[in-house]
Design a protein around this ligand. Structure first.
Ligand code: ZN
Ligand code: ZN
Length: 133
């Protein structure tokens, strides 16, 4: 599996199996990404190869969040309690659909309006240019 940040300065390659594919709704993931939730998958740290410079931010004790210093894409999460594992953002995969999310984490922090997600009007493209909906 391969993935990249928005600008392409950082790329990664995973040899081996991804596991623990989850949508995380915790407040830290929201702020780190600027999105309502973040979809993560876990890999063995030894099976991950980075190309380009990843910068890290310590978001809480023992937690390092990796991002591209040029474009800001949220890329990784690592907890010092699990040094052999690293989480990567599923949306940065070249083919995000190769993974199947299994569950939701930190639903105690989930935004109330997530409930409305499947019920909202849908526009195939930008709402401003879509007059068919
Ligand atoms: Zn970038
Ligand atoms: Zn989270």
């Amino acid at each position: 599996m391969q993935g990249r940040c928005l600008c392409g300065s950082v790329r990664y390659r995973v040899r081996g199996q991804a596991y623990h594919v989850t949508h995380c709704h915790c407040a830290s993931c929201r702020l780190a990404s600027g999105a309502a939730f973040v979809t993560w998958f876990t890999v063995r740290a030894l099976e991950l190869e980075w190309h380009g410079e990843v910068r890290h931010y310590q978001s809480s004790m023992g937690v390092q969040r990796g991002f591209c210093p040029r474009c800001g894409t949220t890329l990784s999460y690592r907890h010092e309690a699990s040094p052999d594992e690293i989480d990567l953002t599923a949306a940065t995969l070249n083919d995000p659909e190769q993974l199947e999310p299994e569950d939701h984490s930190w639903t105690q922090d989930m935004l109330g309006w997530m409930r409305m997600l499947p019920l909202l009007p849908r526009h195939r493209r930008h709402r401003q240019y879509d007059h068919s909906a």
